[in-house]
Design a protein around this ligand. Sequence first.
Ligand SMILES: [Zn+2]
Length: 252
Amino acid sequence: MQLTDLHWRAIQSLDKDMPVVFPVAALEQHGHHLPLFTDSLLLGEIIRRATERLGQRVLFAPLLWLGNSDHHLDFPGTLSAPPRAYLDVLGGLMENFIQHGFHRLVFINGHGGNDVPGRQAVFEVRQRHRERSDLLLLFATYWQLGAKPWEAEPRLEQRQMAHACEWETSMILRLAPQLVGALSPIEPVPLGNAFEPASRGWITKDRTAPGHIGDPRSATAEKGETLFRVFTDDVVALLDRVVGWDGKSWNA
Ligand SMILES: [Zn+2]
């Protein structure tokens, strides 16, 4: 069910136990070979597939394409909501739907830079409504829901999400191959940092001159289809659990 298509009285009459999903992504540089809208295109496709499977059981807000991408601002074209502003936007969206009477609010995220402010936003809103016991506030990043896509597609070389990498390039090849630039001139950029497991403050140009992280050269549309399928399965499974929540328990 699409929020954008309904009249306000239809929203008013909905069962307020229906989960409300806010897809959140970004518009930021993705190296020499992928479009700026990569994260929003990929999450939009996962949400489109999930919507088909969830039918009338979940209410989907439109995708919020502006994310926290401050770390990419050295690369032209990137648009970013500064982290504190972004935190307030996400908190405001939750407050809007709490005011409208809904209890189960879920962010499905498609951009790494949204993860920290997103977790903070759900934490803060929960503290503000501490007298309530009927709220379920979740923030979930689609590739962090347990997927091991290499088990379904052994030709996948990458084992975690990177940036404009084998995974993202494969999915754009599946979705919009006309937007993918030449892969053969690209040099791989290693993941990770020498101080792991410490979390290091970074900007993208600390790690990569061209803008990508990982090795997109082995990307294929077939790998992209597997990735879309595995990630969509995880999102649908999470939202099924939200639908099935008993409305009060911590360990439901
Ligand atoms: Zn991306």
